[in-house]
Design a protein around this ligand. Structure first.
Ligand SMILES: NC(=O)c1ccc[n+]([C@@H]2O[C@H](COP(=O)([O-])OP(=O)(O)OC[C@H]3O[C@@H](n4cnc5c(N)ncnc54)[C@H](OP(=O)(O)O)[C@@H]3O)[C@@H](O)[C@H]2O)c1
Length: 304
């Protein structure tokens, strides 16, 4: 199957950086087409990256300068700006459309591009290091006949109704695995069940790097204020975040706090100050505001 990537900016690069390291067989992708108004912009970077990692796709990438995107039977990755969708004309029906476009729901996508499956991804900036924390909403937009056709392709269409159900379930499991492998190539893949949950993931992974950056900057500033050199303070905070990432795999935030807080000690003093000033509550409120803003933007997009 061919993958068409629409857009070749930061997010497209981050995702492609992970995809090109995977085998064609695992992804079920044989060729990559980069499409848009100037796709050759990404060529030097992509060729060098593929050579470095000895990618199986090295000789299987083509660049198409076009606003006409042929989707029939292909996998499509939408990584342009949300408002650029109108610039493109999508032909045929895709197998799966992956979209990282903020605020574009499956309904709006469906109006632009036909597909059997839509995977709406809320990635984050960690994708650059194959460490995106990504929430994924998988939605199907197939009529019964189309589903039968698709199931038939994959499983040689079974005839009695019991087997049909079984074939449908197997096909769904197959598609879910395909989506999981695609998204996992640039980080994790956490399936969510509704648009509401996808919006909520803006708080946990979409916007949260900015909030964590705020915390990191505060810690660096405090170190400098108390006499550390800037570079020393930065390195100490950076390593602290690395350690926290490992700790969070095993312990809850409360357990980590307990671990470093001794009665009457320095950390207890800091935590009391944070409690008095609602630091935790304000961080949560800030992230809720990000979710609310995303919903507001999405509803404007849906009404255009
Ligand atoms: N960056 C993130 O951390 C992040 C996180 C979550 C979701 N996203 C989503 O990812 C998508 C891409 O973001 P990005 O950060 O990769 O943006 P970006 O680096 O600015 O890339 C945008 C892409 O869209 C193309 N484009 C811009 N105007 C166009 C036009 N009028 N017609 C056709 N193509 C046009 C650009 O091509 P030119 O270079 O030719 O202009 C470029 O390939 C966005 O929808 C965003 O919501 C990004």
């Amino acid at each position: 199957m061919e993958l068409v990537v629409v857009g070749y900016g930061n997010m497209a690069k981050a995702i492609l950086g992970g995809l090109i390291r995977q085998s064609k067989e695992l992804l079920d992708i044989t060729k990559i087409v980069i499409a848009g108004r100037a796709p050759r912009k990404i060529e030097a970077w992509l060729q060098e990256s593929m050579q470095t990692c000895r990618s199986e796709f090295l000789n299987d990438v083509i660049y198409e300068t076009t606003y006409d995107i042929e989707c029939d039977g292909r996998v499509v990755l939408l990584a342009c700006k949300p408002y650029n969708l109108d610039s493109f004309i999508f032909h045929g029906r895709a197998h799966i459309v992956y979209s990282v476009l903020a605020g574009i729901n499956a309904g709006v996508l469906h109006n632009h591009i036909q597909s059997y499956h839509y995977a709406l991804i809320m990635p984050n900036v960690g994708a650059r290091y194959n460490l995106s924390s990504s929430a994924v909403l998988w939605q199907q937009h197939a009529t019964k006949n189309q589903t039968i056709k698709e199931v038939g392709k994959v499983l040689n269409l079974m005839i009695d109704s019991h087997n049909m159900q079984e074939a449908h379930e197997k096909n769904n499991a197959h598609i879910q695995t395909q989506i999981m492998r695609f998204v996992s190539s640039f980080g994790n893949c956490e399936f969510v069940e509704s648009e509401e949950e996808l919006f909520a993931s803006i708080a946990t992974n979409g916007s949260s790097p900015a909030l964590l950056a705020l915390v990191a900057q505060g810690l660096i500033n405090a170190g400098v204020k108390q006499g550390l050199k800037l570079e020393t303070s930065q390195r100490l905070v950076q390593k602290t975040f690395e350690g926290m990432a490992a700790l969070l795999k095993e312990k809850s935030p409360q357990e980590i706090k307990d671990l470093v807080t001794s009665p009457g000690g320095t950390t207890a003093e800091a935590l009391l100050f944070c409690d008095e000033n609602s630091v935790q509550g304000n961080i949560a409120r800030a992230c809720v505001k990000a979710v609310e803003k995303a919903k507001e933007i999405a509803s404007k997009q849906a009404n255009i």
